[in-house]
Design a binder for this molecule. Structure first.
Ligand SMILES: NC(=O)c1ccc[n+]([C@@H]2O[C@H](COP(=O)([O-])OP(=O)(O)OC[C@H]3O[C@@H](n4cnc5c(N)ncnc54)[C@H](OP(=O)(O)O)[C@@H]3O)[C@@H](O)[C@H]2O)c1
Length: 293
């Protein structure tokens, strides 16, 4: 059985719905992904359109090279900074204590903000004892940034259970969020259960299967029943499992489509049918390799 987070569908009202992080910070259930949204006009237009449509959470990373465009779009939206939940990540080549703190300072400058709502380690580096040590030092830098108030919450991405266990043995603080690849073809149920058992909020990346949800006949069928799209069914399934998620698009009509998932509900049978589609298939690299470089 796939896990269902205790904060499941009962708090799913609309795009402003949030989940509580372990420290009480409220994180929107649905946000905007920006991987491959190009710096400059493309990412700026996407973020402005998303904010206009009601999105209040933006996910980026230093690796994406688009933080400046996002910073500009958020600043020009006229929304008070505290109404937008901004996430960024420390990149693989920025890991280490000093260099993670420098990376955070850079991200803050690019994003034109005094604080991040969530700062994540982009990929664990478990390949060698030395690289893992660097990840632990990165985590210590995140703990310091959190204590100093330049980030409201800290977490990780792409950590498997053994990475989370090893981090717990070396540190007092648990990550508040684990953002990992999750969609009908890759569900990693025991990782979700582990996170739930330890109060770690789970966030799905590649929620619309990199644009390939329409290739899945079961999603197409369920979508027809609800007069929704396969992408909307995939997002709704993730939300009903209690996870947060961040579908990416640079097209206004798809941004609207991906946010229009609060007026229908998947039945228990439909949820179970999608749970059965797990085939352990990744779009991204396996975390044991340390991610993309
Ligand atoms: N922590 C990590 O290691 C990690 C790794 C990967 C991603 N992420 C984050 O998670 C976000 C989401 O993941 P992702 O971008 O890899 O994959 P995704 O959101 O599943 O898919 C994005 C792709 O699907 C297309 N698309 C979006 N909505 C659609 C719809 N309704 N119908 C058809 N096609 C649609 C987009 O094209 P258009 O833009 O042309 O509409 C884009 O090509 C990223 O943007 C990033 O913020 C994190």
């Amino acid at each position: 059985m796939l896990h269902t987070h205790p904060h499941g569908k009962d708090v799913l009202r609309d795009i402003t719905s949030t989940t509580d992080l372990p420290n009480g910070v409220r994180m929107p259930r649905l946000g905007l992904g920006t991987y491959r949204s190009a710096q400059g006009g493309e990412v700026e237009a996407a973020v402005k359109a998303a904010l206009d449509l009601g999105y209040r959470s933006i996910d980026t990373a230093s690796l994406y090279g688009n933080e400046e465009g996002i910073g500009r779009a958020v600043a020009e939206s006229g929304l008070p900074r505290e109404e937008v939940f901004v996430t960024s990540k420390v990149g693989n080549n920025e890991q280490g204590y000093d260099s993670a703190l420098q990376a955070l300072a850079r991200s803050l400058r690019h994003l034109r903000t005094g604080y991040l709502d969530l700062y994540l380690i982009h990929w664990p580096q478990p390949q060698t004892p030395e690289s893992w040590q660097m990840t632990l030092e990165t985590w210590r830098a995140m703990e310091r940034a959190y204590a100093e108030g330049s980030v409201r919450a800290i977490g990780v991405c792409n950590f498997l259970e053994n990475h989370l266990e090893r981090l717990a043995q070396a540190s007092e603080t648990r990550p508040m969020v684990n953002q990992y690849e999750f969609h009908p073809w890759l569900q990693q149920p025991s990782l979700g259960s582990y996170c739930d058992a330890h109060g770690i909020v789970t966030e799905a990346w590649a929620p619309v299967m990199k644009g390939r949800a329409a290739e899945v006949p079961e999603l197409v069928l369920i979508a027809e029943t609800h007069r929704k799209s396969p992408a909307q069914v995939a997002i709704r399934w993730i939300l009903q499992h209690g996870m947060t998620t961040i579908p990416k698009s640079v097209h206004r009509e798809r941004l609207a489509e991906n946010a229009d998932v609060f007026d229908f509900e998947l039945s228990g049978e439909e949820m179970a049918a999608i749970d059965l589609l797990d085939r352990g298939a990744r779009f991204g690299p396996h975390p044991d390799g340390g991610g993309a470089r």
